[in-house]
Design a protein around this ligand. Structure first.
Ligand code: ZN
Ligand code: ZN
Length: 477
């Protein structure tokens, strides 16, 4: 059996390479599908570590992989590195302080996500190199998680199917294995075109695209009552026409996101939204075209793999935090409301809630130092992730590790400010150890992989229904 301590040591020895990489990705803060510098930084480390690199996966310039070893099993470790707009922030500041006004920031912690996944792949590579493990490890550089569901495009174009299993993680405020399912989602842009006119002089010759967009939104508000409980619809104005109110606006653009329990349900809901768009165009004598942006499938839970991740999360030493780190965490927590912290979890299980309340001293501890008990579950989470698409193609599981103070809101400047701190580095190292430990377990235990495959085959019997069409291309930004 592979000695886990050796794997942990490999991760520790590479700690400076990993944190340096994470810091670079933090400072590049590149938006979806524009992660050129980030990709170059990863490729440099992968090549230096002796991985066989494949660039431009599925024709996406910022999608890549690095593999090491030979033969089966083939275990995939997924990494992300894209940032979010409007979240530029000075590292370590305990107040909102953009580095560049309106600039981008790593508000979801993807600088840590990719670096830890790579750290695990490197530790496994070293074990294979030393003859202690057999098989192939593949690190996947998955772009555009935030903006355009990069993994869905990779899944549509044939990636991941050959894997025996895929594992990944996400930065967060609690150490826990993710279980249950996520909603499927589809994003579509609707463009209305009308005829411009002087809004007072001759409005009767004008046809307002803005009116059409407003009517579409109103139509969708009426749709909401007649949707199923696990369905949701969200929208934004990408273009409301020009700024002058005395013009009949000839163009307007809306972006809609629909979610459903499955891809089939999301597609059915989208057809109803499409009809509302057509109705709005008909009412206003304008025209409407639509373009799909992206989509994600629901997540297929794999309890066998989740259990492997859980065992490794429990086995890896949890970080100790210094007084300085605790002080920083407290200062940061003062910038957001944590009064409802224990209640923010939706666990039905009162036992789990009591456990969390006790471990966090009713939400007063600034940094969580425990592993949430794991109970395989079929719970449904209303959000979406493109890890879902991978989970339809190979047994997949994921976990969260603490990289920020408890209660830190997602997609926030607080995530950016903490992203280069020693708290974050400790979470990165923990995640790399857990992923490496789990990968080693899977490589050494064909029975585990067979059980995971059996569960996967049953759960995915209906087959992968890709939420994006054949002709849809990734949208950058
Ligand atoms: Zn995010
Ligand atoms: Zn994320």
């Amino acid at each position: 059996m592979m000695n886990k301590t050796e794997l942990y040591q490999s991760v520790e020895e590479k700690a400076s390479v990993l944190t340096e990489l994470s810091d670079k990705i933090w400072s590049y803060a590149e938006l979806s599908m524009l992660e050129y510098k980030s990709t170059a930084a990863y490729l440099e480390v992968l090549r230096a570590e002796g991985f066989t690199v494949q660039e431009n996966l599925c024709g996406i310039p910022t999608a890549f992989s690095g593999s090491y070893g030979s033969g089966r099993p083939i275990i995939g470790i997924l990494g992300e590195y894209d940032a979010l707009s409007g979240l530029s922030q000075e590292a370590g500041a305990v107040e909102h302080k953009p580095l560049t006004e309106g600039g981008c920031g790593q508000g979801c912690g993807h600088n840590l996500l990719g670096a830890a996944s790579l750290g695990a792949a490197i530790a496994i590579k070293e074990a294979i190199q030393a003859g202690k493990l057999q098989g192939t490890v593949v690190f996947y550089g998955c772009p555009g998680e935030e903006g355009c569901a990069g993994k869905t495009f990779m899944a549509r174009d044939g990636m991941f199917r050959e894997l025996d299993a895929a594992i990944t993680w996400h930065p967060g405020d609690v150490n826990e294995v993710a279980t249950g399912s996520n909603a499927a989602s589809i994003q579509v842009e609707y463009t209305f075109s009308g005829i411009a006119a002087h809004a007072a002089g001759n409005p009767w010759t004008g046809r307002s695209a803005l009116d059409a967009a407003e009517l579409m939104n109103m139509g969708v508000q009426f749709l909401r009552e007649h949707m199923q409980p696990k369905e949701s619809v969200h929208y934004s104005f990408a273009d409301a026409g020009g700024l002058s109110p005395n013009v009949v606006q000839p163009t307007a653009k809306l972006i809609y996101m629909v979610r459903g329990e499955t891809v089939q349900k999301a597609k059915a809901l989208l057809r109803r939204v499409d009809n509302i768009a057509k109705g709005a165009a008909l009412m206003t004598d304008t025209t409407v075209t639509s373009r799909q942006i992206d989509g994600t499938a629901s997540t297929v839970s794999n309890h066998v793999l989740e259990e492997v991740l859980y065992q490794n999360l429990c086995a890896a030493p949890l970080p100790e935090y210094t007084e300085d780190e605790i002080r920083f965490a407290k200062q940061l927590r003062a910038t957001f409301d944590t009064s409802k912290l224990p209640g923010h979890r939706t666990d039905e299980d009162l036992g789990v809630r009591a456990f969390v309340a006790e471990k966090t001293q009713n939400g007063t501890l600034p940094l969580n130092r425990f592993v949430m008990p794991y109970a395989p579950s079929c719970t449904f989470s209303p959000g979406s992730t493109d890890v879902g698409d991978v989970s339809w193609l190979t047994p997949t599981a994921q976990f969260n590790a603490v990289t920020c103070p408890s209660g830190t809101p997602g997609h926030s400047w607080q995530i950016v400010t903490v992203g280069k701190s020693s708290i974050a580095y400790k979470g990165l190292t923990l995640a790399a150890k857990v992923l490496a430990g789990a990968c080693a377990d899977l490589m050494e235990n064909p029975t585990l992989l067979a059980k995971a495959r059996e569960e996967f085959t049953l759960a995915t019997a209906e087959g992968y229904d890709c939420p994006i069409g054949k002709d849809v291309t990734p949208t950058a930004g």
